[in-house]
Design a protein around this ligand. Sequence first.
Ligand code: FAD
Ligand code: NAD
Length: 474
Amino acid sequence: MADSTQLVVIGAGPGGYAAAFYAADRGMQVSLVDPSPNPGGVCLYRGCIPSKALLHIAEVINEAKHAAAWGVTFGTPTIDLSKVRSFKDKVVSQLTGGVGQVARMRKINYVQGTAAFRDPRTLEIARVDGQSQTLAFEHAVIATGSRPATVPGVSIDSPRVMDSTAALDLPDVPKSLLVVGGGYIGLELGSVYAALGSRVTVVEMTDGLLPGADRDLVNILAKRVESICEAVLLNTKVASVKEVKDGLSVSFEGQLPEGMPREKTFDRVLVSVGRRPNSAVPGLEKTRVKVNARGFIETNGARATAEPSIYAIGDVIGEPMLAHKASHEARVAIDAMLGERVVFEPEAIPAVVFTDPEVAWCGLTETDAAKQQREVTVARFPWGASGRAITIDRTDGMTKLVIDPRSERVLGVGLVGPGAGELISEGVVAVEMGATAGDLKLSIHPHPTLSETLMEAAEVFFGQSTHVYKPKRK
Ligand code: FAD
Ligand code: NAD
């Protein structure tokens, strides 16, 4: 007889394991299927967590260099790459091991393998121990995530061409690294390699880094990226990559800066041009689940697919491809499965780019307000006027509020500067709670902190900021 379960979750990333854990906490009998030894998915094994461990090392290197300006000189750092790698690997195993432990404490049946649909109520699992297992289920959640996108002619079969997973393995510190794509991964991992000593060139096909994010925030980061990189090529694409002796010969097409040759040799290339959903789950065609033209599984607001027994969450259903979006959808899907009237309709999904400086935003951006022709007032507080930013010698930051001029509600928040990723949470709460600029202004913020910049940005809106003299126009 086949094994059976009330709920099976396919894929144990931050979407899948959050769904499995929450369902178990709500009293369901749960199986969780994933090829890795422990839950974690892309985020814990080869995404958010290892990249942030390496970015922490980069931050320490950069901070130590910066300290020379304050009279404290540390000298050139010596990089023991195998120790750097072990620190990153230890971070991953500590977290995935811990998540595995809490899965066992919740009595979740963790099956290490790859799932395929036999029909809308049964899975065939190819287990990593070589056995095959049939599992009947009442409900399933598909949380199979995404994989790196490739570019024909660029993602050639060479160990010198890396995707994010290969780059996180830190094979070496190449003398020269070409990063294709100036988005989240290119800028985060490009910063890591630059701090470790690589000469980094970034090539981005659009006219700016981090397309979609507000330019006033990105411009501050872009200055810094230009200072740590050998070159940042905008409006440029890679036409081809060829393996040559001791490197990769890359030819560019587009607007190149004067003096930049059309063809150049690099030690390694990192391709970071986006991610594609893992929606080709074998046997999915035996269900009524629909996949759209972009390859994402279609769901309704409760994350139900067209097949009543099957839900889907996370990267496999659409953008933004962020871990916290996947985990939040997990709870919505389980609540819906348990008969609650729920819908995934956040006002603010925070986005954080963990570069130096960090860039973070949530809710309505100024760019989207302009696209929607929505009238907004933007209040900006430059960190040059923040006592805390001056004490850490990081005045290259800005806090902005996107405000509805009539209701004075805070619709969106944008930040650039060290720690922006932590500060944005106050913005998320403000937007979700329907806070007004007055609420932020009247909430006492501790001094001296960077969080005061949120309060003072609200004061800017009223023309009453203590540290910025900008009277309100009458
Ligand atoms: P995933 O984490 O992709 O997990 C899906 C799991 O399903 C995988 O383990 C996969 O092996 C498994 N699977 C696939 N098919 C099957 C099958 N048929 N049977 C069984 N199992 C299957 N996001 C952030 O929010 N913050 C960050 O700082 C951040 N940094 C990132 C850095 C990098 C380098 C990368 C690549 C991504 C980063 N992301 C970050 C994005 C984040 O990792 C994803 O948004 C998140 O992991 C999506 O979660 P998920 O649960 O949808 O899927
Ligand atoms: P991305 O979408 O953030 O950036 C890809 C960039 O590549 C874009 O700027 C795009 O214009 C550019 N591009 C596309 N094709 C190109 C080409 N042929 N030549 C030059 N440039 C090209 O994608 P990513 O950096 O690969 O990251 C994938 C996703 O993973 C992100 O969108 C995000 O959802 C997630 N992620 C999040 C974090 C975080 O939250 N801090 C970190 C890493 C990844």
